[in-house]
Design a protein around this ligand. Structure first.
Ligand code: ISJ
Length: 159
């Protein structure tokens, strides 16, 4: 396996992990405000932006959108698991709680252009036999549970 390919997969999965790490903050702020975990309006706004940015860097906008939808789904799984746990524990509101609009969404948005560059690099290698294994065994994603990992990674496959 070319070292550059390994480095590209590490870069991508590192960014995916950074994005998933934001999900507990989203879950906390939504726990406090009672806002729904699923926010289709926000998702559509991100996807519109993602498609525009993808076009600008010569990446297939449909692939970019499908990738981000998978990352939303993985993040929402983390949020649902946490809300379920907090319900059982009768968790009190978090204090201090992160503000979704001011503190949390800017982190997600700042990762978007980096993720787009990273998936553009990896997309070219999706049909190489080692890529699948490297994606599934990526160290950066190993701390998420298999369901979450699968939701995030399975979109990255040979077409
Ligand atoms: C992260 C949020 O929650 C959900 C997950 C999203 C994401 O991963 O970007 C976007 C919208 C929501 O469905 C949010 O509302 O900002």
């Amino acid at each position: 396996v070319a070292p550059t390919q390994t480095a590209q997969i590490r870069y991508l999965t590192g960014l995916m992990a950074q994005r998933l790490d934001v999900a507990p903050l989203v879950a906390q702020s939504k726990w406090n405000t009672g806002a729904a975990i699923n926010d289709p309006v926000r998702e559509q706004a991100i996807l519109a932006d993602v498609q525009k940015q993808a076009l600008a860097i010569g990446l297939d906008p449909r692939f970019a959108a499908a990738f981000f939808q998978a990352q939303f789904d993985a993040g929402k799984l983390i949020q649902s698991q946490l809300h379920q746990k907090w319900q059982l524990q009768k968790q009190a509101p978090f204090s201090p709680a992160p503000d979704l609009a001011k503190d949390v969404r800017p982190i997600l948005d700042s990762l978007t252009p980096q993720l787009l560059i990273a998936i553009k690099e990896v997309q070219a290698n999706l049909c190489q036999p080692e890529t699948k294994r490297q994606l599934q065994q990526a160290g950066a994603l190993s701390r998420f549970d298999p369901e979450v990992r699968d939701a995030a990674v399975s979109i990255l496959k040979c077409p």
